[in-house]
Design a protein around this ligand. Structure first.
Ligand code: AMP
Length: 111
C-alpha cells in the first residue's frame, strides 16, 4: 500500500467504490472518465507502479482472469485492453492497471 496512491485507496476500501469484480488480489471498477460506454480498470490490490515492476506470475495470470470474469459478468465478449506503461505511453496513475473498453468501434492502429 502506497500512501498517496488513489488506486491503493480504492483497491483497499479506503475510498468506497462499486467493484464490478473483486477477488483476494484484484479489483475491477469503472473508470471515472470513460473513453467508451464501458470502461473498466483491472487493478492489483498490491501497489505495483508499472507493468515493468510486475514480477509475480500468479498475479499476472489473475489479472488476465479478472478481465475475463468482469467482462463475462457484464455480458461483453468484444473489448479493447490497454496498459499504458510510463509517461510517454500515457500513464497517469502509477499503480498498474489494465483498461478494458467496450461498447463502441475502435480503430487500429491506435493513435
Ligand atoms: P492511465 O492514463 O493509463 O494511467 O489511466 C488512468 C485512468 O485512471 C484514467 O483513465 C482516469 O480516468 C482513471 N482514474 C483516475 N482517477 C480515478 C478514480 N478515482 N476512479 C476511477 N478512475 C480513475
Amino acid at each position: 500500500m502506497s500512501d498517496n496512491c488513489i488506486f491503493c485507496k480504492i483497491a483497499n476500501g479506503q475510498i468506497p467504490t462499486d467493484f464490478v469484480y473483486e477477488n483476494k488480489n484484484v479489483v475491477v471498477f469503472r473508470d471515472i472518465n470513460p473513453q467508451a460506454p464501458v470502461h473498466l480498470l483491472v487493478v492489483p490490490k498490491v501497489h505495483i507502479e508499472t507493468l515493468n515492476d510486475l514480477n509475480d506470475k500468479e498475479l499476472s495470470a489473475e489479472l488476465f482472469c479478472a478481465i475475463k470474469e468482469a467482462t463475462k459478468k457484464l455480458g461483453i465478449n468484444e473489448y479493447r485492453t490497454v496498459i499504458n506503461t510510463g509517461k510517454t505511453a500515457g500513464q497517469e496513475v502509477f499503480h498498474l492497471h489494465i483498461h478494458v473498453m467496450a461498447g463502441r468501434d475502435f480503430s487500429w492502429p491506435a493513435g
